[in-house]
Design a protein around this ligand. Structure first.
Ligand SMILES: Nc1ncnc2c1ncn2[C@@H]1O[C@H](COP(=O)(O)OP(=O)(O)OP(=O)(O)O)[C@@H](O)[C@H]1O
Ligand SMILES: [Mg+2]
Length: 236
């Protein structure tokens, strides 16, 4: 096999693995239950508010934020609530790739006043779940995310949805998550088994506390669960 063919096969395998990781009716029972438990815990933490808005972050890159917030959004949508999922990782957007959709127009285009909000919200992808992808990668993500337009966008969408879930970049790497979390009801801090470091997690907690962001809870990704007969739960 030529190098190009090997690369294509590897890309196809990665795409297949990514698709299998997205929550659906035939996902393993343990995976479905894990998301239900996470959903229920968040519902308890956020009870009372009309529209519940939260984001996800982790200390460093590649720990599983994007796949987790996507699956969590699907899990909330399964309850029949109106859910909006936003990709606010304007630097390394992932949700459009995961959902095999085009990223633009999206959040960056709305913030740069290139399109209206309604044009950037995709409504036909999944039942009860609308998605706003990241849009074109901008040269000034921090500036856009800390703009007044971002604040008024959050206020506007809060009137239209029961839940707004937002994907953000790692909190120890850039300040975007802190800016976004300060506009929301809370933030989930994700760590990945065998990968996230204790010091990194401590630093992330301090960063979030400095901005008065409410930490709703912690998510441990990549755990191998042993059940009867050593059934292995995981993505791989
Ligand atoms: N529990 C898991 N088991 C196996 N692979 C996983 C798991 N969680 C995430 N991955 C894989 O790790 C990679 C990174 O996942 P993802 O893009 O969700 O992370 P991220 O934290 O959003 O990364 P970034 O910081 O770049 O935005 C992806 O290829 C994903 O398929
Ligand atoms: Mg991501």
């Amino acid at each position: 096999m030529s190098n190009q063919e090997v690369q294509k096969t590897e890309q196809a395998q990665t795409a297949l693995t990514q698709r299998r990781m997205i929550l659906n009716e035939s996902s393993p029972f343990a995976l479905q239950e894990a998301y239900k438990t996470l959903r229920t815990n968040i519902q308890f933490s956020l009870r009372g508010n009309a529209c519940k808005r939260f984001c996800i972050t982790s200390c460093s890159a590649g720990e599983g934020k994007s796949i987790t917030i996507l699956n969590l959004a699907i899990s909330f949508a399964q309850t029949g609530k109106r859910v909006l999922l936003i990709d606010a990782d304007l630097r390394r957007p992932a949700l459009a790739r995961l959902m095999v959709e085009k990223a633009a127009p999206g959040l960056s285009n709305v913030l740069a006043e290139q399109v209206e909000l309604a044009e950037a919200i995709r409504t036909q992808i999944h039942p009860n779940l609308d998605v706003m992808f990241a849009g074109d990668v901008p040269p000034n993500p921090s500036e856009l995310l800390s703009s007044e337009r971002m604040q008024s966008l959050v206020e506007q969408i809060s009137k239209q949805y029961d839940y707004v879930l937002i994907d953000t970049p790692p909190v120890n790497v850039v300040s975007d998550c802190c800016v976004i979390a300060s506009l929301l009801d809370g933030v989930l801090l994700l760590a990945r088994q065998g990968r996230s470091k204790k010091e990194g997690i401590k630093q992330a907690i301090n960063q979030l506390k400095l901005t008065d962001a409410k930490i709703l809870g912690y998510v441990l990704n990549g755990v191998t669960v042993k059940t009867k007969g050593y059934y292995r739960y995981g993505y791989k």
